[in-house]
Ligand binder design. Structure first.
Ligand SMILES: Nc1ncnc2c1ncn2[C@@H]1O[C@H](COP(=O)(O)OP(=O)(O)OP(=O)(O)O)[C@@H](O)[C@H]1O
Ligand SMILES: [Mg+2]
Length: 210
């Protein structure tokens, strides 16, 4: 059965760096995974991403949350579900845990409201495995610094990123079967090894079930 894997973590934690290695491990097992990201992953979603990340965009908390789920709805209905239904694995660089962490933890949107949108848009779809790349906010911030102009979320104060991190950790603690905590404040090669071990465990579990 095709699996859905998501990568999560605060801005700059070091998520996207590991996508190619994850894809390569899956390829070694004969799996041609679809690599995608949120917000984004569809033509409309990428346009919404540009708006959501633009520091010039002004949006209320509810509007921001709804736009995230509008992008996600398009992504789930036109990309993720069709891929999984056709037997193709999907790896997404961020998904709904990010909305609970950023809009919920970071901005203070009631998590029950986010859960309502999650039910509406996902209709029960959940990742089979989520890798949570966790690092102290100072470490992540230092990794982003100087790279490029910071986006609308990256520009937020340190306290915002600390709340986002805490919300991610709380979700991992509440769902340790799905969410595997990866210590991202280690050398890149070690973080990669830990991430690949978690994916290998999923592959082994799938093999055992087949
Ligand atoms: N474990 C690590 N040790 C040192 N540097 C790292 C590590 N992981 C990633 N980096 C570097 O930190 C920067 C950010 O990494 P990456 O783009 O993977 O993070 P990200 O979590 O995807 O960021 P964003 O939230 O902005 O998408 C890159 O320059 C990358 O090379
Ligand atoms: Mg990234």
């Amino acid at each position: 059965m095709a699996c859905f894997i998501t990568l999560e973590g605060i801005d700059g934690a070091g998520k996207t760096s590991h996508l190619p290695a994850i894809a390569a491990l899956l390829a070694e097992h004969g799996i041609d995974a679809l690599l995608t990201r949120e917000p984004g992953g569809t033509p409309l979603g990428e346009r919404l991403r540009a708006l959501l990340l633009d520091p010039a965009t002004q949006a209320t908390l509810d509007t921001e949350t709804l736009l995230m789920f509008a992008a996600r709805c398009e992504h789930v209905q036109t990309v993720i579900r069709p891929a999984l239904a056709s037997g193709r694995w999907v790896v997404s660089d961020r998904f709904t845990d990010a909305t609970f962490a950023f809009q919920g933890g970071g901005r203070g949107v009631d998590s029950a409201r986010i859960a309502t949108l999650e039910d509406w848009v996902q209709q029960g779809l959940q990742p089979d495995l989520t890798l949570l790349f966790d690092a102290p906010t100072e470490v992540a911030h230092a990794r982003m610094a100087g790279e490029r102009q910071l986006d609308r979320f990256e520009q937020e104060a340190a306290a915002f990123h600390q709340r986002v991190r805490a919300a991610y950790l709380a979700r991992a603690a509440a769902d340790p079967t799905r969410i595997v905590l990866i210590r991202a404040d280690q050398p890149l090669a070690q973080v990669r090894a830990d991430a690949l071990a978690a994916v290998a465990a999923l592959l082994a579990a799938q093999g055992a079930r087949a």
